[in-house]
Design a protein around this ligand. Structure first.
Ligand code: ADP
Ligand code: MG
Length: 646
């Protein structure tokens, strides 16, 4: 209503950035590229696009603002829509993978950096935009780094385009230098002193210690909310359970704790809860991933508990192995995290590590990621010489080589390293090259209907099977194993889950009875619809071949043959091409079953060992049938030498 809107307007004037509004607008007018640095919470993300709109920039085109994280894009868009009193998706919207919440009317568009990269494929000069804000630039995600190079170039071709690089930490100089000495503008922030306390904690006891620390804060410290940094959904869920158990022990003597989880796959309707102020006399405990480090500002935090770890993507170009890795944060991150407790008053940060042991900054993702997907995007954009791309920090040559090799093996690039027809078709799908090859390749095996179901089930980002408490584990396992008849493997089980659900008219009751997460299923259905639409666009008919599971497996292998592995005497597996030892993930239906001689896996997860997550049986003859060229990499290496000489 009217009142709400006015409150929001006053709130806007309270933000540190408000005092610099006019100066900022003047600088944007005078400088094509501007680097803006400001404390987290100063109002960069939510206010700058609104100021630009007020100044008339949306008359010439949209204002696009990128975010490294999906949740951040959704959350800030919804906040800005609320501040403007408009419906989300109309004037203000967001676009994330598999979810487009924008319309013809949208003039302020928040999106993930990956989505802007995809928009460049359709609109190479971004003509419908008047301003591009690359926000959270300090995060240096792979997509952000690629965007840097592309928008820098674009600025030259489009003198009318305005470019803002916005960042939380003080890497401003580096950004400025890269953008040909762009003007830097610092927004002075408010910050209160933060007391940093160090608590010794052996690594395996990380979670336990974090929970105990929250509990101690609750018993000893004055009211004020707590923010705990954890590595992901799994840790957050465990911590939530442990905290609830402890609170039960405490009984009604102490004041109430309200636990708010926030991570990227948290269902949308629960995300907003984290911003609700704690009711009087209660304490909010926010269990968050890295997302709360700089992307989202949560008011009222007075205590931070920081175990000092985060999950990063790690790729080893030598072995071609990519896994999610829990790793210590950097000093810069530690500072940011501590700062979250000193936004509205003096704060306290409980560190479960010694800050002296940390590296100064995090290595940019481009230097530790699998580059296959971005290399294919660059090739599709007509950037042939990826080795000479204007990277802010260049990746190891070996990683680029590996990416080219993989794309060649998949058939997306030809012997001259040029993009093929198949490659162009693969680019249509907003998924990794192996997955898009599996989808496009399904045409040949006449099982595209099955394959997009599997692809969708693999792309929900959260688990399909529900993990119940210990005493129900047995029932859940039984329910799950019913999808594994003939030991066919995880991909096939996912297909069966989806088809059974469909047969039951997409019933949530059915999900509940079978220990299936109905939210993940609805998301899979939504993704599947979009994949079907994309298949149609590239002219592939949706055909079903449900009787022939071998056809489905072959299509999987057509994309994932580099992920094939052979059983060893000791029960472990050895990768076929780059011989590394890997293991069946305990979450797999094939775990503990009579072992299959040959497997193809979807991805690796590194914990104590390299585990294959989502595995399915295959045959070595198929490997030869599908990838006869895979061992002939000479062509591509020759291309590389030629390019070096020219
Ligand atoms: P910055 O980008 O400089 O870190 P933001 O523009 O994200 O700052 O945040 C400015 C203010 O808006 C913060 O005080 C934050 O609490 C508030 N805010 C942002 N998003 C939301 C949201 N979804 N709900 C409630 N408040 C929000
Ligand atoms: Mg921000």
């Amino acid at each position: 209503g009217y009142d709400e809107r006015r409150v929001a307007k006053d709130d806007r004037k309270m933000l540190p950035i408000y005092a610099y509004r006019d100066e900022l607008l003047k600088l944007v007018e005078e400088n094509q590229v501007l680097v803006i640095v400001g404390e987290t919470g100063s109002g960069k993300t939510t206010q700058i696009p609104q100021y630009l709109q007020e100044a008339g920039y949306t008359k010439r085109g949209k204002i696009g603002c990128t975010q490294p994280r999906r949740v951040a894009a959704m959350s800030v868009a919804s906040r800005v829509a609320q501040e403007l009193g408009v419906k989300l998706g109309h004037q203000v919207g967001y676009s994330i993978r598999f979810e487009d919440c924008t319309s013809e009317k949208t003039v302020i568009k928040y999106m993930t950096d990956g989505m802007l990269l995809r928009e460049l494929l359709i609109e190479p000069k971004l003509d419908s935009y008047s301003v591009i804000i690359v926000d959270e630039a300090h995060e240096r995600t792979l997509s952000t780094d690629i965007l840097f190079g592309l928008v820098k170039d674009l600025a030259k071709a489009r003198p009318d385009l305005r470019l803002i690089i916005s960042s939380a930490t003080l890497e401003a100089k580096k950004f400025s230098e890269y953008f040909d000495s762009a003007r830097i503008y610092m927004i002075p922030g408010r910050r209160y002193p933060v007391e940093k306390l160090f608590q010794r904690c052996p690594e395996p006891a990380r979670l336990e210690t974090a929970v105990r620390t929250v509990f101690q804060i609750h018993q000893r410290e004055p009211l004020g909310d707590v923010l705990v940094f954890l590595t992901g959904q799994e840790e957050i869920e465990t911590a939530e359970t442990k905290l609830k158990e402890r609170m039960k022990d405490l009984g009604s003597k102490s004041s109430e704790i309200i636990i708010c989880p926030i991570y990227s796959n948290l269902p949308t309707e629960l995300q907003a809860k984290v911003f609700d102020p704690a009711p009087k006399g209660t304490r909010k405990v926010v269990l968050a991933t890295n997302i709360a480090e700089t992307s989202l500002t949560i008011e009222g935090i007075r205590y931070v508990v920081d175990p000092g770890y985060c999950k990063i993507n790690s790729y080893n170009p030598k072995t071609g192995m990519e896994s999610l890795l829990e790793t210590p944060i950097s000093k810069a991150s530690a500072e940011q995290r501590a700062g979250r407790s000193g936004r509205t008053g003096p704060g306290k940060c409980f560190r479960l590590y010694n800050v002296k042991d940390l590296e100064p900054t995090t290595i940019p993702e481009v230097q530790r990621a699998n580059l296959a997907s971005v290399v294919l995007t660059l090739k599709s954009l007509g950037i042939d010489d990826v080795f000479n791309f204007d990277f802010m920090d260049p990746p190891p040559e070996k990683s680029l080589m590996k990416a080219l090799e993989l794309l060649y093996a998949l058939g997306a690039l030809d012997g001259k390293s040029d993009i093929t027809k198949l490659g162009e078709r693969m680019v249509e799908f907003p998924v990794d090259p192996m997955l898009s090859k599996m989808i496009v390749g399904s045409e040949k095996y006449k099982c595209s209907a099955e394959v997009i179901t599997i692809a969708a089930m693999l792309s929900t980002g959260s688990s399909i099977f529900y993990r119940p408490s210990r005493n129900q584990q047995y029932l859940a396992d039984n329910a799950r194993m019913s999808f594994y008849t003939d030991n066919a493997g995880d991909h096939i089980a996912l297909l069966r889950v989806y088809n059974s659900w469909k047969e039951m008219n997409y019933s949530s009751q059915w999900c509940y009875e079978n220990y299936i997460q109905s939210k993940s299923m609805r998301r899979a259905r939504d993704i599947r619809e979009q994949l079907a639409g994309l298949l149609k666009r590239i002219g592939v008919e949706l055909t079903s071949n449900s009787e022939d599971l071998d056809a489905v497996k072959k299509a999987i292998l057509a994309g994932f043959f580099p992920h094939s592995a052979k059983l060893q005497k000791d029960g472990s597996y050895r990768r076929v091409r780059e011989p590394q030892t890997v293991y069946v993930h305990p979450s797999s239906g094939l775990f503990g079953a009579s072992p299959k001689k040959w497997l193809v896996y979807h991805e690796l997860v590194l914990t104590t060992k390299e585990y294959m997550r989502h595995t399915t049986e295959m045959k070595p003859e198929w490997l030869v049938e599908i990838a006869p060229h895979y061992y002939k990499l000479k062509d591509i290496e020759e291309t590389r030498t030629k390019k070096n000489q020219s």
